[in-house]
Design a protein. Structure first.
Length: 379
């Protein structure tokens, strides 16, 4: 059986987690937590990087920082994970879903422009598969009306747009360290990246239950107290220790995934032309991170048959994201602005192949050969 995903593991996580377990401080922002945050602040041109229990939590903090209130509109793609919308719906926003571009499954900047109203407070972009959205155009649209841009870069760590790290281009950015992402902090975890200095202090307060505890620890105030509303958004030390084992090998993990991605590309590219299915497109100004390799086949029916066929061959392939505007909660939370030219149709054609840190060419061969047999039988 070839799994769809195996959580990344380098070997150093174990000694670090044990070290964390034996330390007298195992709550948030301990020594591993600080080390991880420093790593991000060194590697990313941001004002602050804060570990969170999940990307969902980082998006929730973003919605609070953006000051989202009932009636505000937030524009985002319909083709995304529920948390992108949920974080803003929780604060009473009306979600305005817009169409994606067919080639990348990323939000279409032109559709964003058309969906802007005087109620628009923020634009949330999702860098699908670690491939950057058209950030120059998105930022230009946002600047025209002075709205915030939040990058859901859950899948985007190590990805780049014109040489800039994903998550560092908008006002705020978020990463996920869930076990299905390129780097994990032991199953669940996330990061909030603050690129606009105005938000640093408030983000620290929100994350520390509405207190100024972070300032207190830095000696900036002599007692800590409740200063605003907030919540508890710190992961524990064991999570941070696990993540540290991966940050140390961040490049190695990235290179290995990119190698596996290219291996898929070489084997499937000739078949794609012959059998009329399509492969992911990486725009010239983007550097992706090998997060995902997918195919797009003719339609929903063919996709379901291919998933079944691969399963019989011992290959776990999956689809995801039922477009949010057609989900029960999505229908309540907002509306789709403009025409759904690509979102539904492309989401139904898309099939994700096994890809994880450590997958080898032998496994990729098995997957590619099974796909070839399927299409030969179809012809
Ligand atoms: C995985 C994912 C999330 C959620 O991440 P968690 O860390 O599980 O909360 C949000 N948005 C996108 C686009 C994702 O892929």
């Amino acid at each position: 059986m070839i799994n769809f995903n195996i959580p990344p593991y380098t070997g150093n996580e174990e000694p670090y987690v044990i070290q964390a377990m034996r330390s007298p401080k195992i709550s948030g922002d301990g020594s591993f937590g600080k080390q991880c945050q420093q790593w991000f602040e060194t590697h990313l041109p941001c004002h602050k990087a804060l570990l969170t229990p999940s990307c969902t939590a980082a998006l929730e903090i973003s919605a609070m920082l953006a000051g989202i209130a009932p009636g505000d509109e937030v524009i985002m793609p319909s083709y995304t994970f529920v948390s992108t919308a949920n974080a803003f719906a929780l604060r009473g926003a009306n979600i305005v879903f817009v169409d994606v571009q067919q080639e990348t499954m990323n939000i279409d900047a032109e559709r964003v422009r058309e969906a802007m109203t005087d109620k628009t407070k923020a634009i949330v972009v999702v860098h699908y598969a670690g491939v950057a959205c058209d950030m120059d155009r998105i930022m230009a649209v946002a600047r025209e009306q002075g709205v915030l841009v939040i990058e859901d870069a859950a899948q985007g760590m190590m990805g780049e747009y014109k040489g800039r790290a994903l998550g560092t281009i908008g006002h705020l950015g978020t990463y996920s360290f869930h076990e299905t992402k390129n780097y994990t902090s032991g199953g669940e975890g996330g990061l909030l990246i603050i690129n606009d200095a105005r938000f640093v202090e408030k983000a620290e307060v929100i994350r520390e239950k509405g207190t100024n505890r972070s300032q207190f620890f830095r000696g900036q105030v002599d007692k800590y107290t409740w200063v605003d509303t907030g919540s508890s958004y710190l992961p524990g030390e064991l999570q941070a220790a696990y993540l540290w084992g991966q940050l140390e090998k961040a490049d190695e993990i990235n290179q290995q995934r990119l190698g596996a991605w290219s291996c898929y590309w070489e084997k499937l590219q000739p078949l794609a032309e012959k059998h009329a299915f399509s492969l992911p497109m990486i725009p010239a100004d983007c550097r992706h991170n090998g997060h995902m390799f997918y195919l797009k086949v003719a339609n929903l029916e063919e996709r379901q048959r291919l998933i079944g066929y691969l399963k019989d061959c011992g290959v776990m392939a999956v689809f995801h994201y039922v477009p949010l505007h057609s989900s029960p909660a999505g229908r309540k939370a907002g509306r789709f602005a403009g025409a759904d030219r690509h979102t539904t149709r492309e989401s139904e054609r898309l099939l994700r192949l096994p890809l994880w840190y450590g997958i080898g060419e032998a496994d990729i061969d098995v997957v590619a050969e099974a796909i070839e047999r399927f299409f030969i039988a179809e012809a």
